[in-house]
Design a protein around this ligand. Structure first.
Ligand SMILES: Nc1ncnc2c1ncn2[C@@H]1O[C@H](COP(=O)(O)OP(=O)(O)OP(=O)(O)O)[C@@H](O)[C@H]1O
Ligand SMILES: [Mg+2]
Length: 259
């Protein structure tokens, strides 16, 4: 299978009086259609890794070296215009949902098309009819029924807001989904429901998916390949079939002092 993503010797340093090396010489190849969970303790570099892939780390003026190829294109060398295009193929899902509470659910899902529409033409009726129809389909796909689509997003529960976040990403017709701790704010049952949506999308549409999780139970349950980060380095990278359930937590997270 061909690599959709190929990361070579990636290092990311955040500037400051004492600069922080968040990633150091990370190498990671991901094949099209894979479902990868990135695990590691807080501060190990999980968010930095996902954010570097579509150059969100630039917002923090981080110094990024090495190379990242997405579908063979060099992300770090891309021009502004090329970067906009690359980002349009990558659906990014955040822990904090990022829905606009005062806007209807349907409009929130539609904003996933902004990268391709160019500018903010926020109001539902001004979007082309086919876009509106695909927003309805994307929302139904993540389990939000049609009668609710005109409700304000602020009325949704956390799990439902995250579903809208996923629907919005789907509207981009992404070739890669990056999700940074998408279920960290949810109760265990809702977290599983949302993780199952990611799983289903990956299985049915073969969309390559990389998800950061801090929960070892969810990591082991959903990861088809688990990548472990520790202090900015990859210390673990195995397909689920090769993983020893007994030792994997210790292998990735280490032992707790005092145990
Ligand atoms: N904007 C920033 N400026 C400076 N340092 C940063 C910034 N963002 C992250 N860091 C540092 O980089 C390192 C990696 O952080 P990162 O957020 O990638 O870890 P993480 O694994 O996602 O952690 P968590 O599980 O808490 O989300 C940490 O030491 C962190 O303090
Ligand atoms: Mg993080």
């Amino acid at each position: 299978m061909k690599n959709i993503l190929s990361i070579k010797n990636l290092s990311v340093v955040y500037p400051g009086v004492r600069p922080v090396t968040a990633l150091e010489n990370v190498n990671l190849d991901v094949s099209a259609g894979e479902f990868v969970v990135v695990a590691g303790v807080s501060g190990s570099g999980k968010s930095t890794l996902l954010r570097a892939i579509n150059r969100l780390t630039e917002n923090d003026r981080a110094r990024v070296t090495g190379s990242i190829a997405f579908e063979g294109k060099d992300v770090l060398k891309a021009s502004r215009r090329e970067l906009r295009e690359l980002r349009s193929y990558i659906g990014f899902i955040f822990q904090e949902y990022n829905v606009v509470e005062r806007l209807p659910i349907s409009t929130n899902a539609l904003t996933g098309t902004l990268a391709t529409l160019g500018t903010w033409r926020s109001l539902w009726a001004r979007f082309p009819k086919d876009r509106r129809e695909s927003a309805h389909r994307a929302l139904e796909r993540v389990g939000i029924p049609l009668p609710r689509h005109s409700d304000r997003a602020g009325r949704l529960s956390g799990g439902q807001k995250q579903r809208v976040g996923i629907a919005r990403a789907l509207m981009q017709k992404p070739r890669l989904i990056l999700a940074d701790e998408p279920v960290a704010s949810l109760d265990p049952i809702t977290a599983n429901l949302v993780m199952n949506i990611f799983k289903k999308i990956n299985e049915e549409e073969s969309i390559t998916t990389i998800i950061n999780l801090h929960d070892p139970v969810l990591t082991f349950k959903y990861g088809k390949r688990i990548v472990g980060l520790k202090q900015g380095r990859i210390i673990y990278d195995k397909p689920i079939a090769a993983i020893n359930r007994e030792t994997f937590e210790e292998d990735i997270y280490g032992t707790v002092d005092g145990d």
